[in-house]
Design a protein around this ligand. Structure first.
Ligand SMILES: [Zn+2]
Length: 128
């Protein structure tokens, strides 16, 4: 309902929602922590980010992973609602560096070259 405000992002690499009709920018290379982060077993490679934008978080849920049981919130694209990854709220011992961080699954996002000159950082674009 109503207007959704999508923030334009600047970076050398922009990670967008994979949905071809959406392509909302959700993160940049500046927010990237680890490209080799993996959620082993389930849905393949994933990327760990310090922060992501233009997303909404779902309810807190317990998630059992190989690294232990964590409390996470699923992360969805703010514009189209596609599931993109998750946010770590609380982690088990030894995994605390992940707390407050975001994981985007490679299968759900698309990396494109960005231009630092394209749009002023923080510019807000409205999409109905
Ligand atoms: Zn989307």
């Amino acid at each position: 309902m109503g207007v959704k405000f999508i923030k334009a992002l600047n970076g050398n690499v922009i990670y967008q929602c994979r949905n071809e009709k959406c392509l909302t920018p959700v993160a940049t290379n500046f927010d990237l922590i680890s490209r080799n982060f993996r959620k082993r077993g389930r849905s393949g490679p994933a990327i760990l980010f310090e922060n992501v934008q233009n997303v909404i978080k779902g309810a807190k849920t317990k998630k059992r992973m190989l690294t232990g049981e964590h409390i996470v919130q699923l992360v969805y694209c703010k514009l189209c609602g596609a599931a993109l990854g998750w946010h770590y709220d609380f982690t088990s011992e030894g995994q605390m560096y992940k707390e407050g961080k975001f994981v985007l699954e490679v299968a759900n996002v698309k990396a494109v070259s960005g231009s630092l000159q394209s749009v002023p950082f923080g510019q807000v674009t409205s999409i109905v």
